[in-house]
Design a protein around this ligand. Sequence first.
Ligand SMILES: [Zn+2]
Length: 530
Amino acid sequence: MVYRKSAVYCIVVLLIVCLAVPVYSQDSGAKTITAAELNTHLTFIASDELKGRNTPSPELKIAAKYLATVVESYGFKPLMPDGTFFQKIPIYYVNVSETGTNLTVKSSSGAQSFSFPEDFSASTRSNGFFSGEVVFVGFGLSAPDLDWDDYSNINVYGKVVIMLGGQLPPDHPLNTRENLRLISRRSNVAQERGAIAVLTVQSPPEEEGMIEANENFPNRESTVYGDFNPENAAFFSGNVRHNVAAALLDCDEDAVADMFEQISRGERIPGKSFTGKTAEIVVESHIIGVDQTQNVVAVIEGSDPVLKNEYVVYGAHYDHLGVRNQQVYNGADDDGSGTVALLEIAQAFYVDRPRRSIIINWHTGEEKGLVGARYFTSNPPVPLEKISAQINMDMIGRNDPETVFVIGPGRISTELDGITRDMNNKHIKMNLDYKYDAPDDPNRYYNRSDHYMYAQWGIPIVFLFTDVHEDYHRVTDTIDKIDFSKMERIAKLAYYIGFEVAGKDELLKLDADPNITVRGKLYTPSQRIR
Ligand SMILES: [Zn+2]
C-alpha cells in the first residue's frame, strides 16, 4: 500500500515536472542534416538544366516547384493566403513615353518647348510633373571647406536647378580620389537642398558625340520588380543638350561652351536666379509588359498553443545570374548552398518541433536587388512584429573548413548574438569570425543580402557566410568546389540558433541599438524596388 502510494506519488511528481519543464530535444532533428542530402539537392539546384536560375525564368519556376515539393514532404504547409507556397511578385517593364514627355521653358517673353529624347534625358524613375523657377548653380559643387561653394548665395528650394556637367582639370585640388564622391553627388546635393529637379548640361564632348552620330538620348526600357508606383516621383534628374541650356540660361550656345571652358580651367562660375523664368517637365511612363516571379514560403506550426503565432524566419535566395554569353552561371555556392541548407533545416524541424512556428523563405531576385526579401517585408503574410528573428544564409559552402563569418546578430539584439555564440560553443565548435560585422567594414555585407530587408523593419538578424572567392559571380561557381561537410555544420548551427530563439519565453529583446526598439517599423526607408 505504502509502496503503491509512493509509486503514484512519483508518477504524479514526474508528470508535473514534465509538464512544467518540457524538454525540447534538438539533437534528433540536427542528425537529419547531412552532407549527402545537401549534395543531392544541390546537384539539382545548381545543374546546367536550371540555366543559372535567372529572375524571372522558367527554370527559376522549376526550382521553386522543387523546393515547395520537398518542403511539403517535410510537413511544412503553404503560408500564402491563396493556399500556395508561392508569394507572387509582379514585374513591370516600363518605358518613358516619347509623345507624353516634354520640357517647357517659360518666361515673360514666351514659351519654348523641348522634346524627349532629342533634347533631354528622362528615366521611368522620374514619372510625374515638375515645375519651378529656374536657378543656375554653375558646376553645382558644395565644398566650403575646400573653398568652393556654388550654393553660398543661392536658394534652390522648390526650384529647377541647372548645373554644368564636364570636368575640372586633372590637377585641380578638388579632382582627387577622396573628392570623387563630392563631384559625383552634385545632383543629390541639390535634391537634399530641396530642388524639385536638376537639369545637368551635358559636356561639349558628349554634345559633339550626339551631333556626329545624329543620336538622341537613350530611352531604355526599365524593369520594376514589385509594386509599380504610378504616382508622381518627388524629384526629377536628367541631362539636357546645349540648345536647352541656352534657353534656360538666357544665352547662346557659344556662351554655354565658354562656361565649360572655364570649368575645364578650374574656374568657378557664379550662380544666378532667373526670377520669373520657370521650367516645366512632364514625364509619362508606361507599362509595356508584365511578368512575375515568386518567393517560396513555407511554415511549420510550433508546439506551443500561444507561441505558435510567433515566428522565426529562415532565408536564402534561390535565384542567381542566369545565362550570359551562352554560359550557365550555376551559382552552386551563391546561393545554391543556402537554398539547399534550408531544405535540410526544414527536415530537421519536421523531426523536432520548437514552441514557435518556423517559416522557411526562399527569396527570389536577390541578384536583382534584394527583390524577394524587400517584397516579403513590405507585403508580409504574417505580422512583422511577430517575427522574433531572421536567419540568413547566402554562400556557406567554401573557403576554410573551420571558419564561418557571422554578421549582424548583435546589432539589434544582444540576445541573438549570445545565442549564436552559445549554440556554436555547445554544438558546432566552428571558428566564428566577426570581422565583417565591424560597422565600418568597407564590404558592407550587413546591408548587402536579404537579411538587411528584415533588419530595416527592426527584426534581429544573423547572417552566416563563408566569404567570397575567385569563383564569385563567375561561371566557375560550380558544385565540385563545394565543401558539403562544412555546409552541414553551418546548417546545423543555423538550425540550433533558430530552435533556441523559437523556444524562448519571449520574443528576442531589442536591446542593442537605442534607435531600434520596435519590430514592424521601417527604420531605413526602403528604396523603390527596381
Ligand atoms: Zn548571393
